[in-house]
Design a protein around this ligand. Structure first.
Ligand SMILES: Cc1ncc(COP(=O)(O)O)c(C=O)c1O
Length: 355
């Protein structure tokens, strides 16, 4: 008799469990030998790659204003490495992706935090506080994440414009890794980089397009950023399979729209259901994850309970978020499964046993 190994469900790293569109897999099936053994010759046409050409066309911007990278992680690093020298100040949100600090440390930059604060059922950027920190510290570079990881809040378009107006003297890097999950998001990236030459807006194929494995990110560059554009251009091209898969994803609007609808409905379901549990407090999120405050005493037993059932979510440890979990939205059935597990854990018998 063969024993079937139970599959672990990973809802801890903001990956997209729906997976990429079928058109992306077709690219892999059809890829011919010469995609693999031959460099692209796109450089000779004066462009970086088929993908940057396509993105430029879709968004209506010059190709040279599109930067490509090995995920948005790479572009974040490139931006910081390009502008930060030892001792230069970088402004980072007080709650943010832990990796920002690491990137700043690698460049020997000095981290300056600016406030994201907790409100009722949502975190928000304290805009006045943000500008105050900027004006007193005069940082070389400001990192803004919208929607922000792990808090899930975002800056609305008018707020973003307001902030950018005040930060013209710094390089501003806007991380929009999660921007496409909410239909109502509109930053007009091209309009913004045209208006603010100091701005870099970074997006990725990892999250909404469910292509974390192809490691492809891109950025829109303001006019001040010719240097980073030159530094990151590659004469021998980019990953030829990844760029074709990414283009197939761009061509699969219907697939991704229907996925987004399912995820939005599940976001509402998780928010409503989790908020009702005793001691739980969920925060409004515009991304594909949701931050939830839980009673501190259940942190360890809940982790154990879920892990034993092959369900992995993120138990936060960051300052101020010690009794919080971050749940990445999975497929509908995964989300229901997780909810059922948390509810059964919270059912009187189990909590009584533990507390
Ligand atoms: C806020 C944020 N930006 C960027 C990334 C990096 O994504 P990638 O390098 O896959 O594009 C992540 C990954 O989780 C993230 O949370």
């Amino acid at each position: 008799m063969t024993i079937k190994k139970k599959r672990v469900i990973f809802l801890d790293r903001n990956e997209n469990q729906y997976g990429p569109s079928p058109a992306c897999f077709k690219v892999l099936q059809r890829s011919r030998d010469n995609t693999l053994n031959i460099y692209s010759r796109d450089f000779e046409r004066g462009i970086k790659s088929l993908l940057s050409e396509r993105l430029a066309k879709d968004f209506g911007i010059e190709e040279k204003k599109i930067l490509l990278g090995y995920g948005s992680e790479d572009i974040l690093k490139q931006s910081v490495q390009c502008y930060i020298n030892k001792g230069d100040k970088i402004m980072i949100p007080s709650y943010s992706w832990w990796y920002y600090k690491k990137i700043a440390d690698e460049a020997e930059g000095v981290n300056i935090q600016y406030p994201i604060v907790e409100g009722k059922g949502t975190f928000y950027y304290d805009i006045e506080g943000m500008i105050k920190v900027h004006d007193t510290q005069k940082p070389k570079l400001v990192l803004i994440s919208s929607p922000n990881n792990p808090t899930g809040n975002r800056l609305e378009f008018d707020q973003l414009n307001f902030v950018l107006e005040k930060m013209k003297e710094s390089v501003v890097v806007l991380d929009e890794a999660y921007s496409l999950f909410d239909e109502t998001y509109n930053t007009d990236p091209v309009g913004l980089v045209k208006k603010y030459p100091n701005l870099i807006i970074i997006r990725t194929f990892s999250k909404y397009y469910a292509l974390a494995g192809i490691r492809t990110g891109f950025a829109f560059l303001g006019d001040n950023h010719d240097r980073i554009s030159l530094l990151s251009a590659r004469y021998l091209g980019f990953n030829r399979l990844s760029e074709k898969i990414a283009i197939a994803a761009l061509d699969s609007k219907e697939y991704y729209n229907s996925m987004r609808k399912k995820m939005s409905a599940d976001m509402v379901m998780l928010f409503n259901e989790l908020t009702q549990l005793p001691g739980f407090n969920a925060y409004r999120s515009f991304a594909n994850f949701i931050l939830v405050k839980i009673p501190p005493e259940i942190k360890v037993p809940l982790k154990k309970y879920l892990t034993e059932r092959n369900m992995i979510i993120k138990f936060m440890n960051e300052d101020g978020l010690e009794s919080h979990i971050r749940i990445t939205l999975g497929t509908h059935s995964q989300n229901c499964k997780l909810l059922k597990m948390i509810k059964s854990f919270m059912s009187k018998e189990i909590v009584h046993e533990l507390v």
